[in-house]
Design a protein around this ligand. Structure first.
Ligand SMILES: Nc1ncnc2c1ncn2[C@@H]1O[C@H](COP(=O)(O)OP(=O)(O)OP(=O)(O)O)[C@@H](O)[C@H]1O
Length: 306
């Protein structure tokens, strides 16, 4: 399997203090859908930003007894995104292959949703076109198709600020589709959403993973979504990986072993009260192949892009 993301000995310390990430070593294969779980402050956002090349990692680890330790590195598709605290010269090109969806503030509020989605093309356009937000008809059509895929084509001409939280997240995913991202990093994309909107966003992430082979890493507060959507989970505690393996193995009892009292933050009460319950029962099941409305462009709305 091609490796999409690789971290070697990655540590991250902010100016102010102690390490937030410690000795991160893992890889994610192309086409995987991986959950990143952990209580608040465990380092999920920091990890996602370092993978995306938005935050520099720490420099070389101390070598002991004259032994040289390999330089800490983040690699994307085998090419260094950053090494020992230095963002690589290839980062610009690599970032174009990595889409990021944040918990909030994904859209420019005053711009139409369609323009927001077109902004995914910025890395590929001359600077003047990006500055003027001047997009060709074919590009707007591409953005419309992406909006149709995430089921919000009818909102294309509204301002970004007029969308609900869930719709904004879907527009942000559409923007990564237009960008042509091969890796999608989603940082708590459902943290502020009601259960139905959260499920819809997770459905779309699962669909682009399954249908387009986009590698998805999604950080989540609640284990039930990891269990329902992601075959693999990486669990963080205090900036360290405490588990990396099949999500199915993360029973409430095991989570309690990993996290102690912190597990209450990850496991909803109805799961923790019944450790033997079937894990997939708490979130409506993953989407089945038949959900064509998401994929088919609404021709009437597509006309708006012309
Ligand atoms: N810019 C920053 N400067 C200093 N410390 C930071 C900065 N960003 C995050 N931290 C600290 O790093 C630690 C990890 O934060 P991070 O946001 O990565 O965790 P998280 O698991 O994503 O948390 P949450 O689930 O609450 O979003 C926290 O202690 C936080 O206070």
């Amino acid at each position: 399997m091609t490796t999409a993301i690789e971290l070697l000995g990655v540590c991250k310390t902010y100016d102010s203090g102690s390490p937030v990430l410690t000795d991160m070593n893992f890889s994610v294969g192309k086409g995987e859908m991986v959950a990143l779980i952990g209580a608040s402050g465990s380092g999920k956002s920091t990890l996602i930003r370092t993978i995306a090349g938005l935050l520099p990692i720490d420099g070389t680890k101390n070598s002991t007894a004259g032994q040289t330790t390999p330089a800490p590195q983040v690699r994307i598709f085998g090419t260094p995104m950053q090494t020992a605290g230095r963002i690589s010269s290839a980062a610009g090109k690599l970032r174009a292959r990595v889409g990021v969806v944040f918990q909030q503030f994904n859209l420019v509020p005053r711009l139409p949703v369609l323009t927001n989605v077109c902004l995914g093309l910025l890395g590929r356009l001359p600077a003047w076109r990006g500055t003027l937000a001047w997009f060709r008809r074919s590009e707007r059509q591409q953005a419309m198709a992406a909006l149709a895929r995430v089921g919000i084509a009818e909102h294309a001409l509204k301002r970004g600020s007029a969308l609900s939280g869930g719709q904004q997240q879907r527009a942000a995913i559409a923007r990564t589709l237009v960008q042509g991202a091969e890796i999608l990093l989603a940082d708590e994309p459902i943290a502020s959403l009601d259960p139905n909107s959260a499920r819809r966003v997770m459905d779309i992430l699962a669909e682009v993973n399954r249908e387009d082979g986009i590698t998805v890493v999604v950080s989540l507060h609640q284990i039930e979504y990891a269990l329902s959507y992601c075959p693999r989970t990486i669990a963080l505690r205090g900036g360290r990986i405490v588990y990396d393996g099949p999500s199915d193995a993360l029973t409430p009892a095991f989570l309690s072993e990993l996290y102690g009292a912190e597990s209450a933050e990850l496991v909803p009460p109805r799961l923790s009260m019944n450790p033997s319950c079937v894990q997939r029962s708490t979130v409506p099941s993953r989407p089945v192949a038949a959900e064509p409305s998401v994929w088919v462009a609404d021709t009437a709305v597509a006309a708006a892009a012309r």
